[in-house]
Design a binder for this molecule. Sequence first.
Ligand code: MGD
Ligand code: MGD
Ligand code: SF4
Ligand code: MO
Length: 693
Amino acid sequence: MGETVYSICSMCTVRCPIMVEVEDGAVRHIWGNPHVFGGQQLCPRGAAGKAFEYDDERPQYPMIRDGERGSGRWKRATWDEALGFISDKLKAVIEKHGAKSVILSDRGGAITDFQKTFIAAIGSPNYVNHHAVCSNSVHNANLSVTGYARNGLGYDYKNCKHLVVYGRNLLESLGTGEAGNVIDMIEAGGKMVYIDVRWNYTAAKAQKFHIIRPGTDYALNLALINSIIREHLYDAGFVERWTMGFEELKEFVSPYTPEWAEAETGIPAKEITGIAHGAAAARPSVIFHPGWMTAWRSDDFYLRRSIYALNALMGCYEAKGGIYINKGPGDAGVKLKTLLSQVPKPAGERFDGAGTKYPHIGAQWGMVQLIPHAILNEDPYPVKAYIVMRHDPLASVPDPETMKKAMDKLDLLVSIDVNYSETGWYSDVILPEDTYLERTDHIIARNGLKPGLIFRKKAVPPRFDTRPRSHIFRELAKRLGAGQYFPYETIEDLHKWQLEGTGVKPEDFKAKGLVNLAKEPIWLDRKDGLKFKTPSGKIEFFSGKLGKAGVPSFIPFERPEKPAEGSFRLATSKVAVHTQGRTTSNNPLLSELVPENELWINTDRASGLGIKNGDMVEISCEDAPAQRIRAKLTDFIHPEAVFMLHGFGDTVPVRSRSYGRGASDVRLQRGALRVTTGGNCPLAECIVSVRRV
Ligand SMILES: Nc1nc2c(c(=O)[nH]1)N[C@H]1C(S)=C(S)[C@@H](COP(=O)(O)OP(=O)(O)OC[C@H]3O[C@@H](n4cnc5c(=O)[nH]c(N)nc54)[C@H](O)[C@@H]3O)O[C@H]1N2
Ligand SMILES: Nc1nc2c(c(=O)[nH]1)N[C@H]1C(S)=C(S)[C@@H](COP(=O)(O)OP(=O)(O)OC[C@H]3O[C@@H](n4cnc5c(=O)[nH]c(N)nc54)[C@H](O)[C@@H]3O)O[C@H]1N2
Ligand code: SF4
Ligand SMILES: [Mo]
């Protein structure tokens, strides 16, 4: 039996606490941290972390481009050369165009202090993460309704009695803990209603599953709110005490009856009133799930606002089995220091106008889809350097061809990654980071009902000439004269500094890999103790603040246009064994389980087009190059939709297991580099043509 190291998984961004078994300096096995999960289970990707660690198909040393962009010609560099090259270019760009002409984009999440500090320390306001193609609309909707960030609220699934889910594929697009809690809820007799344009494993576990016409969830919700108000199914006490704008909401939804919604959604009116009654009978232990990946359509902001409103009508905020406000270390009297808090806020407008031109859009996440526009048009100013950290915009943002054209205009493009990403392959410099098993990161808060602290801890030595983020950003900052914002030599120094004044000591993490700051769950008093972060301190169905930003609180439902003959709406999602664009598609174990994607087509529509199960079809969108993909016929998808897994169609030749496999959804999503009211790209508005090859 070897050594046990507690750490944090990074095979996706859910950050599950893990227990790594190490023998002779090598990973033997990776388990879930039993002090958190009660067992040692992990999702398949978490368990495949070992295969990732021992795969040689990843960048092994710093590389500087030695040919045309994307040509695959590189020269090996020392760290000193690579960091010197980057800082010389950055200095030149900053001198000529100012610090704001440098953008840093990032996957985001909690372990981001080094990169956020770096970009702020050099004086640029332009930190942006991936959220515009993920959860921007639900985030901004929640800011407008409750004042909280998307992840400022949590879900008490275990005690929930009625869960309504709109295409949040909880059991495949999963987090180990969350999926486990949902299964526990179902086993304890809780009911799940699942609404999607196609069947999936989440649908398989639901008591009720409705296939909805793509793009009509908002119509469904207007009818749900209508019947809940009309039939007095809501929690009148909660609404009176904690909400604002009920009368406006009531009047707005009055024309939207369940009968009307049946015609729009295809879900029978009696099923719609059934959802309303089922939820009302279980309140307040009810959750209408607002979703996570919500970059679907132009009306997402209003769809998500309507979901937060439904939860308010159920009075489920801060109720057992409902939605709770996440408690952080501060709620347990502990203030964890961050590097970012020591840096003056950079002056100047962001490149994407988040928080200024778009006052209701949170500036902390920004809008990644505006990067091509900013670079190509120098609007609002020239952007000349782009640092990409743990992010692959060419695999995750729609229309990578336009992004590439923009990248061609840059003086510097850097990718900091553990894999060869699409973006890395197109960059000037690849800086390979130590893998998550090879590095220690800063301490982070674990927010929830019982707040705590945790950090990622190095389990094995680096296999190649790589460096951790704590080193990379400190060294770059030093070279740019901003080294004072990284006041540590070792990561242990940093931990000590972060913990100063908290009463927590580094050795407190030893026993379980984390520190709990509260013995019991912290619930706020529902009578008088709730804190909503809106101007009124209440849940705002109707928002004066939005009004001031020129954004209406309600918009009428607009029927999506019907795709023409041979055309479909493209839906995408994840599979339990892969993560996103390029994180796991080349993994030696996982690529064997799901090597490529298929195109799901409704059986009747397919036969009308002469397509049989397993046929090769060609899929195209506007002027995007057509791609080939195998057809999978099924009755369990709405006739107007086709579906494919995200994350295939790899174009990086050195990834031997995923290169050229399947089709890429982002390359089809032409025209989606737009800003909707919620700040997200409208990915699911993409209409594709399909024909037999
Ligand atoms: N069409 C379409 N587009 C989508 C989606 C979709 O379903 N359909 N999904 C969207 C969603 S929900 C999201 S969240 C985004 C995600 O988009 P991205 O954030 O780009 O996600 P990934 O492709 O997982 O990861 C980005 C890069 O991080 C690297 N990486 C992984 N671990 C580490 C590490 O420890 N250190 C460093 N430095 N790098 C690391 C990976 O190798 C990968 O190249 O994509 C979105 N785009
Ligand atoms: N295994 C795995 N787990 C993951 C990830 C991963 O990459 N792999 N990524 C993580 C991340 S970053 C995120 S954001 C989450 C994403 O998790 P989810 O929020 O569940 O998002 P998707 O996986 O994109 O699934 C979207 C679902 O919406 C459906 N859909 C499309 N159009 C409509 C519509 O008009 N109405 C309705 N009701 N449904 C529709 C699609 O068919 C699909 O099933 O997953 C997380 N967990
Ligand atoms: S959900 Fe899976 S891949 Fe993601 S952090 Fe947890 S174990 Fe790792
Ligand atoms: Mo996401």
